[in-house]
Design a protein around this ligand. Structure first.
Ligand code: KIV
Length: 308
């Protein structure tokens, strides 16, 4: 007679049942995303192909193994371990206080979750404030820390001054995602979480910097809180660098949201650019699937509601 699995077992592996199905494990079982052969792992060539074909790229933040595995199973293509974790996980009032060690830890947790669940998502680790500002060597050391924790790509914030750093990292085999518009690590210099690129001068500067970053080899560019028309125009001209919008309207190559926001867990005033996907879903996975569908079919975001 087969004995029921003990919930107090100290075994760390998940032995199979006699029928081959994985046993239930305490503290959450990470499900295989789908049959391993059904979905190809995301890669830079695959992301470039999606960009070239005009297929929208989906991205969500995740900070731990389980949410990462569920997002992957829901079909989210890119998972960003954002330094927004300082706010949603650590309770900080901005991302400025997040350290490299914290980012390393959460990147490793997410990478573990994807590995255990046979996930296929592209994993991006955010370089936190002060870890790439001093020198290109400092940036390389910080990037290596996140890559060795399991990231496939690192993200850094800022305009033209980061182009040299981007080139340096890319030449050394580290894919880089740039980030323009509202750059939360510089919230104090910007005077708050405000829409960027509103004047002609600011818009021209943002376009110039985006092209410098593309020329430096950035393989992706997050555009945060910039007018929809600016993001759409820019996205059309960046032929080698897909844009991922957050509060940037429907004309970007893809979209990203912070996990807690799209699950309706923002306890303050919900930013205008967020949609609560839990409203019509029965599960977190369902909400994520609805997000993927909405981004792919262009029904999210809606410029009149979610953009400037
Ligand atoms: O830290 C983060 O989550 C981000 C996204 C908002 C793009 O940078």
């Amino acid at each position: 007679m087969t004995q029921a699995p003990s919930l107090t077992s100290t075994s760390t592996s998940a032995p199979d049942t006699p029928h081959g199905a994985p046993q239930a494990t305490p503290y959450g079982t990470l499900p295989p995303a789908s049959t391993p052969s059904a979905r190809k792992p995301l890669s830079l060539p695959r992301l470039r192909e999606m960009h070239a074909q005009g297929e929208k790229i989906t991205m969500l933040t995740a900070y731990d193994a389980t949410f990462a595995a569920v997002a992957d199973a829901a079909g989210v293509e890119c998972i960003l371990v954002g330094d927004s974790l300082g706010m949603v996980c650590q309770g900080l009032s901005s991302t400025v206080g997040v350290t490299l060690e914290t980012m390393r830890h959460h990147t490793e947790c997410v990478a573990n979750g994807l590995r255990r669940s046979q996930g296929v998502a592209w994993l991006i680790g955010d370089l936190p404030f002060g870890t790439y500002h001093e020198s290109r060597d400092q940036a390389l050391r910080s990037a290596v820390t996140l890559m060795q924790a399991g990231a496939h790509m690192v993200k850094l914030e800022g305009g033209g001054w980061t182009a040299d750093t981007v080139r340096f990292l890319v030449e050394r085999g580290i894919p880089v995602c740039a980030h323009l518009g509202l750059t939360p690590q510089t919230v104090h210099a910007l005077g708050g979480y405000r829409v960027q690129g509103k004047t002609d001068e600011a818009a021209d500067q943002l376009k110039r910097e985006a092209h410098e970053l593309q020329d430096a080899g950035a393989a992706m560019l997050v555009l945060e809180m910039v007018p929809a028309i600016l993001a759409a125009t820019l996205s059309k001209t960046l032929t080698r660098c897909p844009t991922i919008g957050i509060g940037a309207g429907d004309g970007t190559s893809g979209q990203v949201l912070v996990l807690h926001d799209m699950l309706g867990m923002n306890l303050g005033k919900m930013p205008k650019f967020v949609r609560n996907f839990m409203d019509d879903a029965h599960s977190v996975r369902g909400a994520m699937q609805a997000y993927v569908r909405a981004v792919k079919d262009g029904s999210f975001p809606v410029n009149a509601t979610h953009a400037w």
